[in-house]
Design a protein around this ligand. Structure first.
Ligand code: S3P
Length: 181
């Protein structure tokens, strides 16, 4: 018997600078779905920017807000969600996103990540350090297995533009039996 599609959300995960927000926005537009950027919601709920949250409440405080926000957002339907790069650090987030969503993991090389994040490093407290490439490599090493175990689909964005990534995601979703595109 053919499996009935039961997921209507698309959650984009991956390291900072892998294109989650720009691809998510373009993908949502293409599919006529609502786009939700998790970090923006966290900022709205907290009434503070991400760097301010890190400064006043530490990374742990930020992660708590992230968990609360994912809890609410994961209940939506027919939405495209761009997650913050550290969403996989708490497994409860992945479990919640997976209930109604297919999880797309975007990757990129450390050099590409450095280049793409260099303009707004101040907005990313974890990369606002003396040796960002070293930090990127360290964080990637720790997080890679978490991203990989969460992913339904993986796309390397290093050599792709936004539209090409969107096309690849749509192709992958057509072949995913739990998602109705
Ligand atoms: C983080 C990634 C950021 C933001 C916060 C922490 C991370 O989001 O959530 O600075 O731990 O990787 P982006 O991946 O959208 O930059």
């Amino acid at each position: 018997m053919e499996a009935k599609p039961d997921k209507t959300n698309i959650a984009l995960i991956g390291f900072m600078g892998t294109g989650k927000s720009s691809v998510g926005r373009a993908l949502a537009k293409r599919l006529g779905r609502k786009f939700i950027e998790l970090d923006c919601l966290i900022e709205q709920n907290a009434g503070q920017s991400i760097p301010e949250i890190f400064q006043h409440h530490g990374e742990i405080g930020f992660r708590e807000l992230e968990i609360q926000t994912v809890k609410v957002i994961a209940r939506e339907e027919n939405v495209v969600i761009a997650c913050g790069g550290g969403v996989v650090l708490n497994k409860i987030n992945v479990d919640r996103l997976r209930e109604r969503g297919v999880i797309i993991y975007l990757t990129a090389s450390p050099a590409t990540i450095l280049k793409r994040t260099s303009r707004d490093r101040l907005a990313r407290p974890l990369l606002n350090v003396e040796d960002p490439i070293m930090r990127i490599k360290e964080l990637l090493k720790f997080r890679k297995p978490l991203y990989e175990s969460a992913a339904d689909v993986t796309i390397n964005t290093t050599r792709l533009n936004i539209d090409a990534v969107v096309v690849e995601i749509i192709e992958a979703l057509k072949g995913n039996e739990s998602f109705h595109i």
